[in-house]
Design a protein around this ligand. Structure first.
Ligand code: P6P
Length: 339
């Protein structure tokens, strides 16, 4: 069933809809692949468990005194929030005992980590993630999220980094969890985008949308205009064009929140190169690539400059990129000025 533009009223679970949990959705997906080993399902199950734990921690952060920063700077040179550390550890603990996970790579850790050395047993995967994207929003109850990307492990790679440095087009699955006014789990395994909402009263993610489609147009752009004067001229020309054509501006300061709004309502999210971040600020492997897979699966477009994000060949795990993604026609409007 296609859910064009996901009218949130329609998506509400009506009494007659079947109740499908993320777990049952994963298992029914596995049954469609007769030679599936179950490894992939276990990984999604671990991500679901992580999401529930992180969501519970965030909802009680101010009560349990886990707000604010720790005395540490991560590999990105950014002050780590207490919940960055908690989210990262939660994901590592939930993924660590899943047989199908060969390697994990996190925004919070310098190097990818080998979890399983035994080669050759069934499908083996690399899981990359940003454990808590936009964590500086936490103290003010802003939206934050977890972003994940799943690649097949290259058992012939000589190093863990070599195995994970694959172009985004090779992702087998990607998604995010948004800890907002509700906790939503959005993912694709290459056959459309599905949306689940956590019902805390039963501790399960319930499906509310399948095969989501981004509206082809949406007169909203999303970028940090505080950097506008250091954007390359083409992006500034685009903003002039948008502002003289009646566009609205929306910016949450957390990629997951901004992309989720674009996915449901249309529009375009952009993080252009700036003087401070001449290659762009967002990370290719575990922010831009997974979001690009989601957006393209939903009928949108995702570019780094004039190159399709999913075709960028990564050189390093934490490399950054510029991003323009969202409604098909809205991305074209940006590229017309930038290209
Ligand atoms: P700025 C959060 O720090 C993040 O990585 C993304 O989630 C978000 O889109 C971007 O950076 C916000 O950056 O420079 O606007 O604060």
């Amino acid at each position: 069933m296609e859910t064009p533009g996901l009218d949130l009223e329609q998506s509400a679970l009506s009494q007659r809809d079947n109740l499908t949990t993320l777990q049952s959705h994963i298992l029914s997906g596995e049954q469609k692949h007769p030679n599936a080993t179950g490894s992939f399902s276990w990984i999604l199950s671990a991500l679901s468990l992580s999401a529930k734990v992180i969501s519970a921690k965030i909802r009680r952060a101010r009560l349990s005194d886990v707000l604010g920063a720790v005395d540490n700077v991560n590999v990105q040179g950014e002050r780590q929030q207490k919940l960055d550390v908690i989210a990262n550890e939660t994901l590592l603990r939930c993924l660590g005992n899943r047989a199908g996970v060969a390697i994990v790579a996190s925004e919070e850790n310098e190097e990818p980590m080998i979890l399983q050395r035994t080669a050759g047993d069934g499908q083996r995967y690399c899981v990359l993630f940003d454990p808590l994207d936009g964590s500086s929003n936490i103290d003010t109850c802003g939206g934050v999220g977890t972003i994940f990307s799943i690649l097949r492990h290259d058992s012939k790679a000589s190093t863990p980094e070599e195995s994970v440095l694959q172009a985004g087009a090779r992702q087998v699955a990607a998604g995010y969890i948004l800890y907002g006014s509700s906790t939503v789990f959005v993912y694709t395994a290459g056959a459309g985008v599905s949306l689940f909402v956590l019902d805390p009263s039963i501790g399960a993610f319930l499906k509310v949308g399948d095969d989501l489609k981004i509206p082809a147009t949406g007169k909203t752009y999303s970028c940090n205009e505080g950097n506008r004067l250091t954007f390359p001229a083409g992006y500034q020309r685009y903003l002039d064009w948008a502002q003289t054509n009646g566009y609205s501006s929306r910016y949450a300061g957390a990629m997951v929140a901004d992309v989720h709004r674009v996915l449901l309502q249309g529009g375009v999210f952009l993080y252009p190169p700036t003087k401070k971040a001449p290659d762009g600020k967002l990370r290719l492997m575990y922010e831009a690539n997974p979001m690009a897979m989601i957006v393209e699966q939903a009928g949108g477009k995702a570019f780094a400059g004039t190159q399709r994000i999913l075709e960028v060949q990564p050189k390093t795990l934490h490399q950054r990129t510029s991003v323009v993604l969202g409604s098909r026609d809205e991305v074209d409007h940006v590229l017309k000025h930038v290209g």
